[in-house]
Design a protein around this ligand. Structure first.
Ligand code: GCO
Ligand code: CA
Length: 261
C-alpha cells in the first residue's frame, strides 16, 4: 500500500516554495521521494531556502522567475524539463494577499492580486500542462483558501482570486482528465505562517476569533498539509479530478458557535 503514495523518480515543481506553506508542501513531496524544484522570485530568499532544504536532507533545485510572466515561466519550465527532468507534479502555491477594505482598494491593487493568485496558476498550468498532455500523465495541485468559499472584511481581491482558482481547478480538470492529468486543489484553513503573522499576534481579536471559529481549536501547523499534498500528487488520487480538499480543522463544516462558549 505504501507504494500508492511513493513519489520516487517524479519531478515536483512547487511555486513560491521559499517559505511558508509552499516550503512545507515541497518538503512533504521530497520526503515522499520526489525530486524537488523550487520556484521563487527573490535571490536572497531562494539561497536561504535551498540551505534550509539542505539542512533537512533535501537537495532542491531553485529556479527564479515570476509566475505572472508567461515568457519567463515558459523559458524556465523548458529549462527544468531539460536540466532536471519531466515535471510530473506542479503545485501552484505562489500567492499574495492585500488586506484593504473594498472602498479603499485601488483597482491596480485588485488587479495585482488577481494576477498573482489566479493568472499565475493559469500560466503555469498551461505551460506545464502542454508537456503533461504529451506524456498523458500529470498532477496539478492549486492552493486555494477558505476564501475560495467564504468572504471576510478587507480581502475582496484575494477572495475573488481564490474563488476563481477553485473554478479554474474544476475547469482544467474537465479539459485534461482525458489525458490522465489530475487537477485538484488544497484549501488550507488558517495556518501559522508569515502571511497570517499580522493577524495572529497574541491578544489580537482575530487570533482568538480563529481559534474559536476552528472546531479543532487551533491554528494549522504547515506540516498538517503533508498528507493531502502527497495524496493529490500520488497514484492514490489517479481517479480524483477537480476536487478541493479543505484542510481546515473543520471550519467549513460548521456555522461556528457563540463567542461565550
Ligand atoms: C486572512 C488570511 C487568509 C489566509 C488563508 C485562509 O486574512 O483572512 O490571511 O486569507 O491566509 O488563505 O484560508
Ligand atoms: Ca513562515
Amino acid at each position: 500500500m505504501k507504494e500508492l503514495f511513493d513519489l520516487t523518480g517524479n519531478v515536483a515543481l512547487v511555486t513560491g516554495a521559499t517559505h511558508g506553506l509552499g516550503m512545507a508542501m515541497a518538503t512533504a513531496l521530497a520526503k515522499a521521494g520526489a525530486t524537488l524544484v523550487v520556484n521563487g522570485n527573490t535571490p536572497a530568499k531562494m539561497e536561504r531556502a535551498l540551505e534550509l532544504y539542505r539542512q533537512n536532507g533535501i537537495e532542491a533545485k531553485g529556479y527564479l522567475f515570476d509566475v505572472t510572466d508567461e515568457a519567463a515561466a515558459q523559458e524556465n519550465i523548458e529549462r527544468i524539463e531539460q536540466e532536471v527532468g519531466p515535471i510530473a507534479i506542479l503545485v501552484n502555491n505562489a500567492g499574495m494577499i492585500k488586506r484593504i477594505p473594498a472602498l479603499e482598494m485601488e483597482v491596480a491593487d485588485f488587479r495585482k492580486v488577481l494576477d498573482v493568485d489566479l493568472t499565475g496558476p493559469f500560466i503555469m498550468s498551461k505551460q506545464v500542462g502542454k508537456h503533461m498532455v504529451q506524456r498523458q500523465a500529470g498532477k496539478i495541485i492549486n492552493i486555494c483558501s477558505m476564501m475560495s468559499e467564504l468572504g471576510r472584511d478587507t480581502v475582496s481581491a484575494y477572495a475573488a482570486a481564490k474563488g476563481g482558482l477553485k473554478m479554474l481547478t474544476r475547469n482544467l480538470a474537465t479539459e485534461w482528465a482525458r489525458y490522465n492529468i489530475q487537477v485538484n486543489g488544497i484549501g488550507p484553513g488558517y495556518f501559522a505562517t508569515d502571511q497570517t503573522a499580522p493577524i495572529r499576534v497574541d491578544g489580537h481579536p482575530f487570533n482568538e476569533f480563529i481559534i474559536h471559529r476552528t472546531p479543532a481549536g487551533r491554528w494549522g501547523d504547515p506540516e498538517d498539509l503533508a498528507g493531502a499534498t502527497i495524496f493529490l500528487a500520488s497514484r492514490a488520487s489517479d481517479f480524483v479530478n477537480g476536487q478541493i480538499l479543505y484542510v481546515d480543522g473543520g471550519i467549513l463544516a460548521t456555522i461556528g458557535k457563540p463567542s461565550n462558549e
